[in-house]
Design a protein around this ligand. Sequence first.
Ligand SMILES: Nc1nc2c(ncn2[C@@H]2O[C@H](COP(=O)(O)OP(=O)(O)OP(=O)(O)O)[C@@H](O)[C@H]2O)c(=O)[nH]1
Ligand SMILES: [Mg+2]
Length: 195
Amino acid sequence: MAKLNVNNVRFVRSAAREDQFIRTACKKIVFAGKSNVGKSSVINRMLNRRNFARVGSEPGKTVHINYFLIDEKIYFVDLPGYGYAKVSSAEKERWARLMETFFQNETVDLGVLIVDSRHRPTQDDCMMSSFLQDTGCPFVVVANKTDKLKKTQIEANLQLIRDTLEIGAEVPVIPFSAEKGEGKNELFALIQSCC
Ligand SMILES: Nc1nc2c(ncn2[C@@H]2O[C@H](COP(=O)(O)OP(=O)(O)OP(=O)(O)O)[C@@H](O)[C@H]2O)c(=O)[nH]1
Ligand SMILES: [Mg+2]
């Protein structure tokens, strides 16, 4: 399989409703994670861009699903972040409904759950982990912001993430830093294997 050309990338659409979802034969890699965990930064890192998937200064503002087409053959789907305390209950409702519709209607070829490597995953992370695993597609956890940890803390934190999310040994948990680039090659290899 030819190497995915991540320099050929375009933003295709923001979807807030089911009729805006993209129906396509292309594969879809779905990125999920709580607000501010660094989803956009991880996507930017994978695409060698500084500012492509917008790195937000206002967490929780986007209840939109963003579709990026890579090399005209594979979509990166950026799900709206969750768990931001200041969001109204109406917005939370909207998020939950959008996610339910998404997972009922969309096919997923690889689920990427981004969590904060410094902390125990939240209830919401566990729910999203279930959503993604219930699709039956390959699943990977990205433990972001390892640059904020001491090297000696990383192993124990990865284990805590595994235990809290209750994931099987077959699920990779990749220590990652969108800031420094750690973990990029490992995640890229998984993405490439989906093409
Ligand atoms: N130190 C460090 N900071 C990071 C890393 N990844 C992201 N950040 C910072 O975390 C903040 C949030 O990053 P975003 O990429 O906007 O997070 P997001 O998950 O897309 O946020 P929303 O779309 O608002 O939900 C920004 O200030 C980033 O610079 C990382 O690996 N290390
Ligand atoms: Mg974002």
